[in-house]
Design a protein around this ligand. Structure first.
Ligand code: RP5
Length: 209
């Protein structure tokens, strides 16, 4: 059954959850993508180890709340996506998180012991029969994009927007390539280094994966 996106999306279609407030620095990229595509989402903190009963409650009600996809981000042992998936048939996309646990106490970011590989393996190695997919470490934007792709099966509007998004990616490569041709590789590369230095001074390190 095909729905009109604009009508239906008054209710959130995607539930974004994360294990800790510190995960929000990474997870907000999923929200940015969903906002760009006009997909409503509801965002919450649910800790698998600190609030296990809340986790159960959320998962049990996810389908009746109208969520078509859940995006679950967690660092360290990262059991949130798998545990949520164990309690619901709503598809779960996991986001392994490398940077976590600073609790906003300082400007410095702390890293999980194994740099996010711990979470990536934990999420991807769910036993057969309990399926969870995962994006790369800190790649919350890809989780948002993947959620849009799932929803596009039902909402034709989103299919159009995804095609435009792809065209935009194609164009951006052509523009960069044209600039490289014009400047020559040496000047192009040093300009890019300058731009990246500027970017790293003015952006959130948690966005860099
Ligand atoms: C994970 O452990 C969370 O997702 C977070 O990345 C990390 C720290 O959790 P808390 O110490 O805030 O519970 O469960």
């Amino acid at each position: 059954m095909w729905h009109e996106l604009m009508t239906y999306s008054k209710k959130p279609l995607v539930g974004i959850i994360m294990g800790s407030s510190s995960d929000s620095k990474v997870m907000h990229s999923a929200a940015v993508i969903l906002d760009e595509f006009g997909v409503k989402h509801e965002d919450q903190i649910i800790s698998a180890h600190r609030t296990p009963t809340r986790l159960l409650d959320y998962a049990k009600h996810a389908a009746s709340e109208g969520f078509k996809v859940i995006i679950a981000g967690a660092g360290g042992s990262a059991h949130l996506p798998g545990m949520i998936a164990s309690h619901t048939i709503t598809p779960v996309i996991g986001v392994p998180i490398m940077v976590y646990n600073d609790k906003g106490q300082s400007d410095r970011f702390k890293f999980s012991a194994f740099g996010g590989l711990d979470s990536l393996l934990s999420i991807s190695e769910m036993p057969t029969g309990s399926s969870v997919v995962t994006v790369g470490v800190n790649k919350a934007a890809n989780a948002g994009l993947y959620a849009v792709k799932i929803l596009a099966n039902e909402f034709p509007d989103l299919q159009k927007k995804l095609k435009k998004y792809k065209e935009g990616q194609h164009k951006s490569v052509l523009i960069e390539s044209e600039e490289m041709k014009r400047l020559g590789l040496t000047r192009f590369a040093s300009k890019k280094t300058r731009d990246e230095k500027y970017f790293s001074l003015h952006s959130n390190p948690a966005d860099i994966s």
